[in-house]
Write a protein that binds this ligand. Sequence first.
Ligand SMILES: Cc1cc2nc3c(=O)[nH]c(=O)nc-3n(C[C@H](O)[C@H](O)[C@H](O)COP(=O)(O)O)c2cc1C
Length: 223
Amino acid sequence: MPPLREVFFLKCVKNLIFCAICLCVFVSTAASADINLPKPLKSGGMGVFSAIENRASGTRGAFPAGAISDEELSTILWAAAGKNRNGDGWTVPTAGGLSPYAVVYVVMKDSAYLYDPEANKLIGVTNGNVINNVTNDNFVKKAPVVLVFVSSTDSLGAMGKLNEGNALAYNITGAMAQNAYLACESLKISARYMVSMNADGVNKVLKLKKGHIPVAILPLGKR
Ligand SMILES: Cc1cc2nc3c(=O)[nH]c(=O)nc-3n(C[C@H](O)[C@H](O)[C@H](O)COP(=O)(O)O)c2cc1C
């Protein structure tokens, strides 16, 4: 029979290993802390006609991976899905002026957030190596920020329960992405609208509710 001290020592080691495993599991599934975004830029920049003239998707072969500042991210998110007209309207047209029926998630290398347009903040969803779950494309994995547009038809009420609810969500995602492209052009940031993604991975890491469907992703990178 081993001496009592040895048994006690082994028990301590076992407990420590158990705690370390629990901590790892907790850290890898915990939500990232929320981030308050700086105010978006609402004036200056490139004229809208020049932005329309110059807009182009970043190429798959040479997609830039430059960092994007919080102010730039705030500006792109605001352009895509924010409030305008002193908080009375949305930057994209919505059916009946309702809240947008697609929401925007922000995936970074090791964290993911939901954009809250009313509070201009990022609500932490998860951390860990999320980017590898969202896409199989290497150039997307290297992008500092990937926006994920997800249908969220709750604000449509009864209309959202019909099939047209998701059709409307696809529709508004196009408007959001185009606004984001134009803001990106003004900020010298490349974007690429993509329907190819790992939808199961997106569902898992963003913990999407039933009926919320990933529509498209938009990797971003500073040129
Ligand atoms: C509905 C839609 C789906 C797209 N899906 C993908 C995609 O899955 N993968 C990709 O690399 N590009 C995708 N693209 C980007 C287009 O390939 C790109 O916009 C096209 O080459 C035209 O280039 P431009 O945006 O510079 O004009 C998609 C674009 C649209 C409009």
